[in-house]
Design a protein around this ligand. Structure first.
Ligand code: ADP
Ligand code: ZN
Ligand code: ZN
Length: 766
């Protein structure tokens, strides 16, 4: 075997990640080192032995061979948190495709250059009598600054009794009365010189505690304390889940569980009980939520139960706050972290449990490189720690349910809503029929009638505009026909040159002038915004009080919470919004939900369209009648017979799954098979198309079937042209091999104007 070399990163702080050092691999280690391996290497002039991480192995020597140092050995088996994170990065790199550096930057905690947050306190050393004597002396000498300090210290002590220690100051070694240093220099306007002279006189000392930036807002802390920590007695079904999972954990059986239960069936209560069980065993819990906007409510409940042992981690935190949460996690100061998918990378020493709430949500898949999915990544984190994973959802993803059916996950079902409330009555309205009856409004007659009724009764309504995947699809307003690909069973999308195209197989036709089915000329791309709906509603019901929630109205940090609480306080009659409004928060006063165009997501041009539509409709419908009053829901659709609409209206998950899995199996789509999307981005159309073809041809030449390449649905964004092709396999490993091959091919090309990305089991098809 020829010489082998390894790129090694010796310092895992973000700054230095870009500078790997190359080492020669000794014969004894040849073939044994993979990216992620932890090795000992000589470093610097003194050849000090330090720990490093292999990020790449190859046979090319990048420096003078005679000067290259040799890897000394594999670091001991005693893996610490950082080693686990690096191993995780290696796994992500392998399974999702990225460079090791990109993967490391994804998993490693915030920069380590952040200043530690220190708090300084002035503490009394003298007893009360001595202090009083000193105060008298200072008064006589008219040392007014000293007087202010001593008075403050004496007053403070009086308020606190003889124990004297300030509640704020948590330093273990402090015994006297403490006042924050900045308060004395600021509020009391006392100079450092005065403080120093008091120190010299033996009256006080200054001590420093390391504080942390606390991202759990005071509002949460206050609200949580007010409402107290009432712990529910679990139902038999809930208890069974908790007992089973904890028993498995105790007997060393590491499993993934799927908790299928409608909203309000007590899943969160189960999560908290499980977290408590895990904490009791000296381990930590990661609680994943799909969106930052949903942090508040989950955090509140956990905070009530676990207090300061809970924290949050997400992208709205400052680097300092992130750094501090990582440090607290590492040092065992917190037991539970709550956050979106990136919270998976909290450097806990010994994770025992990972909870993934609303497991079906698309936001669990990263859209940046590496495009990792939190579900599989959570399972890998769990493997590294010997932890278990609990997935929870009212409408489990096809993936999770399929795996549970196959026995790979353990499934539990919670059927009843614990706080009462019955499922709403659902009316499905055929929009084609509305047009035929001369109603061109965006509100069907049934919806208008029920809205009027609610306004008159002073009850609240929600209007939901299903906008997912509306980009580019074309349908007939008269008969509802959606232009579809005859080969792929997905809708065609409108392209920049005016043609309709299938982006899976490249099939394309000129945009028809008439509906091929009914001949109507009302054939258009569907576009309607929440603002338009709001205007129409005002026209129909002058004076109606509305609130609007969509991407535009929720740009600032707490606008989401503000809109929702305004609605909860009944400051509006109708809340209009996109999919954002179907999640989180209970509104007991809402007795009507209207879904304005259920089909929009159905027509989306990818294989998950039916699943997404079912999930959204089920969630939307389920928002009506959460309180004591019974609810109603209206689903407006051009496809009243579509199984996703029918099963959502019936709130029948199992029925939907049966139908959908058939479609996936026949089409060879996930979860029945796996799919790799190879995405090509290029500054020039020509070169992008060429590269896409070259890569696709290589895959074909190796005997694999390829779909495409075609321009992406949105063929150009910001002057970057986008191409895509797909490979389907039942074995994920085979797709990883194809990806590896392509990476090997792309690397020496040193692309400058093009970029290639991999997306496994894509959530969004370009
Ligand atoms: P989910 O997470 O499935 O939506 P939650 O855990 O939020 O459900 O429970 C819904 C409601 O039922 C909450 O108000 C919760 O406090 C209450 N609840 C849950 N479990 C119990 C229980 N065992 N006994 C009484 N109330 C419960
Ligand atoms: Zn038609
Ligand atoms: Zn097609």
């Amino acid at each position: 075997m020829g010489e082998q070399y390894a790129d090694v990163i010796v310092d895992i702080s973000h700054e230095k990640l870009d500078r790997p050092f190359q080492y020669r691999i000794p014969d004894s280690l040849k073939g044994r080192l993979e990216p992620g391996a932890c090795v000992l290497v000589p470093f610097g002039n003194g050849n000090r032995m330090i720990k490093g991480y292999v990020i790449d192995v190859g046979d090319k020597c990048k420096f003078a061979p005679e000067r290259m140092k040799v890897i000394a050995g594999i670091a001991d088996k005693n893996v610490d948190v950082t080693d686990k994170m690096v191993a995780l990065a290696a796994w992500i790199r392998k399974n999702y495709g990225s460079t090791m550096i990109q993967a490391l930057k994804t998993v490693l905690p915030a920069k380590q250059t952040v200043r530690k947050l220190e708090k300084r306190y002035v503490e009394t050393v003298m007893n009360r009598e001595e202090l009083t004597a000193l105060l008298g002396e200072s008064l006589r000498k008219k040392q007014t600054a000293k007087v202010r300090v001593l008075q403050a210290l004496l007053e403070q002590e009086m308020c606190q009794g003889s124990a004297g220690k300030s509640a704020e100051c948590t330093a273990a070694e402090s015994t006297g009365t403490c006042i924050p240093y900045e308060w004395i220099t600021g509020k009391l306007n006392v100079s450092a010189a005065t403080i120093n002279s008091l120190i010299k006189a033996g009256a006080i000392r200054v001590h420093i505690t390391e504080g942390f930036r606390d991202p759990v807002q005071h509002s949460v802390q206050a609200a949580a304390v007010q409402s107290g920590a009432e712990k529910k007695k679990l139902s038999a079904d809930q208890q069974h889940i908790v007992d089973t999972v904890l028993q498995d954990l105790d007997t060393g059986q590491r499993k993934t569980y799927l908790l299928h239960g409608i909203t309000g069936s007590g899943k969160t209560e189960v999560y908290m009980e499980l977290a408590e069980g895990v904490i009791r065993r000296g381990r930590q819990a990661i609680v994943l939520i799909p969106e930052i906007a949903l942090t508040y409510q989950t955090l509140m409940r956990f905070y009530r139960r676990f207090g300061d042992r809970v924290s949050v981690m997400n992208s709205t935190l400052s680097p300092g706050e992130k750094y501090d949460q990582c440090r607290r996690a590492k040092e065992g100061e917190i037991d539970v972290i709550i956050g979106p998918r990136s919270a998976l990378f909290t450097p806990f020493p010994r994770v025992g449990l990972i909870i993934m709430d609303e497991e079906h949500e698309g936001s669990y898949k990263s859209e940046g490189t590496p495009k990792y999915h939190a579900r599989e990544t959570a399972m890998e984190v769990a493997r590294l720690h010997g932890a278990c994973v609990v997935l929870g959802s009212a409408t489990p993803s096809m993936e999770a349910f399929y795996r549970a059916e196959k026995g790979e996950y353990v499934r539990f079902t919670l059927k009843e809503r614990l706080t009462g409330g019955v499922l709403p009555t659902v009316y499905t309205v055929d929009l084609r029929e509305e047009l035929r009856q001369g109603n061109r409004s965006i509100f069907s007659r049934k919806l208008q009638e029920l809205l009027a009724d609610r306004l008159q009764k002073g009850q609240q309504s929600m209007l939901f505009l299903n906008r997912r995947g509306y980009a580019g699809f074309v349908s007939c307003r008269a008969c509802g026909a959606v232009m579809k690909c005859p080969h792929c069973d997905v809708s065609l999308s409108e392209h920049r040159n005016g043609t309709l195209m299938c982006h899976y197989c490249g099939y394309s036709i000129p945009k028809p002038r008439q509906c091929p089915k009914c001949g109507s000329k009302y054939i258009l791309g569907f576009k309607a915004g929440t603002q338009q709906i709001e205007e129409k509603l005002q026209e129909l019901f002058p004076g109606v009080r509305t609130l609007r929630m969509d991407g535009d109205t929720t740009k600032t940090k707490d606008s989401y919470e503000k809109i929702l609480s305004a609605f909860a306080n009944e400051e509006a009659d109708v809340l209009i919004g996109t999919q954002m409004i179907v999640k989180g928060h209970d509104f007991p006063k809402v007795t009507l939900v209207g879904v304005l165009a259920a089909d929009l997501s159905l027509a989306a041009n990818d294989y998950r369209a039916g699943e997404r539509t079912f999930q959204l409709l089920t969630q939307a419908v389920g928002r009506a009648g959460r309180g004591e009053l019974p609810g109603e829901a209206v689903i407006q659709t051009y496809q009243p017979d579509h199984y996703a609409v029918v099963f959502a209206a019936a709130q029948d998950y199992d029925g939907f799954y049966e139908e959908e899995i058939l479609y996936r199996e026949m089409g060879g789509y996930p979860p029945a098979a796996h799919m790799l999307a190879v995405q090509i981005f290029a500054k020039e159309d020509e070169s992008g198309a060429q590269l896409a073809k070259q890569l696709a041809d290589t895959v074909k030449r190796n005997g694999h079937q390829v779909l495409g390449p075609t321009p992406a649905t949105i063929g150009k964004i910001n002057d970057i042209y986008r191409y895509v092709f797909y490979v389907k396999k039942t074995d994920y490993g085979q797709l990883v091999e194809i990806k590896d091959r392509l990476e090997e091919m792309i690397f020496p090309m040193q692309l400058r104007k093009e970029q290639v990305q991999f997306d496994f089991d894509p959530m969004i098809c370009l």
